[in-house]
Design a protein around this ligand. Structure first.
Ligand code: GLN
Length: 200
């Protein structure tokens, strides 16, 4: 049976992630309720606004069920705000900002500086062969510290943020600071699907 990929559909780049996964020929559906969460094998946490998504997840009674699924090894892929939501620790969060957690990483919100609202660059991503990935950063976080079980998948290769970690994985979880859903390059989604299927 091929896995069903869910996209947490409370706020943010939901349609873009759905389009990317569907273009790979995979089953994908929106997740807004605990029942819908039960019906998926994996979950994408989109870019958007992490404080809003976390608040809505609590309101929609999804926050604890998502934490439970993460604890039970549900594969998750978080982009940008989704990365923040999967981090065990955040810096520059709002007071009392909650995450789902699961990854032993410290993530700084809006890390590239408020004046640099968005920028684009090429990054080499571990597990993705061929050309570098065109990475779109929008008020993006970066990973400031990682625990021993975390594998770094990508760092910024030039400019003021050189060396900063912008993609990583730990067990079934994978995150990136940028927005693969906003480009036509689906290789990050393919990488996630391969991980969901246990092929990578
Ligand atoms: N700055 C946003 C946050 O804190 C993330 C930005 C994004 O997802 N484009 O949630």
């Amino acid at each position: 049976m091929s896995p069903v990929i869910g996209v947490l559909a409370l706020q943010g780049d939901v349609a873009e992630h759905i389009r990317a996964v569907a273009s790979l020929g995979e089953s994908v559906r929106e997740v807004r309720t605990p029942e819908e969460l039960d019906s998926v094998d994996a979950l994408i946490l989109p870019g958007g606004e992490s404080t809003t998504i976390a608040r809505l997840a609590t309101t929609f009674l999804l926050a604890d069920p998502i934490r439970e699924r993460i604890a039970n090894n549900m594969p998750c892929f978080g982009s940008c705000a989704g990365m923040i939501l999967l981090a065990d620790r955040i810096l520059d969060g709002e007071a009392d900002q909650e995450t789902f957690g699961g990854m032993d990483i410290t993530v700084r919100r809006n890390a590239f500086g408020r004046q640099v609202d968005s920028f684009e660059t090429q990054v080499a991503v571990e597990g993705i062969a061929g050309e570098k990935v065109h990475a779109v950063f929008i008020r993006a976080p970066w990973i400031e510290a990682i625990g021993p079980k975390v594998e770094v998948l990508a760092t910024v290769s030039d400019g003021p943020a050189e060396g900063r970690i912008v993609a990583a994985s730990q067990g079934a979880l994978m995150v990136c600071s940028f927005h693969p859903e906003l480009t036509t390059d689906t290789r990050l989604h393919e990488l996630f699907v391969r991980r969901v299927k246990g092929q990578s």
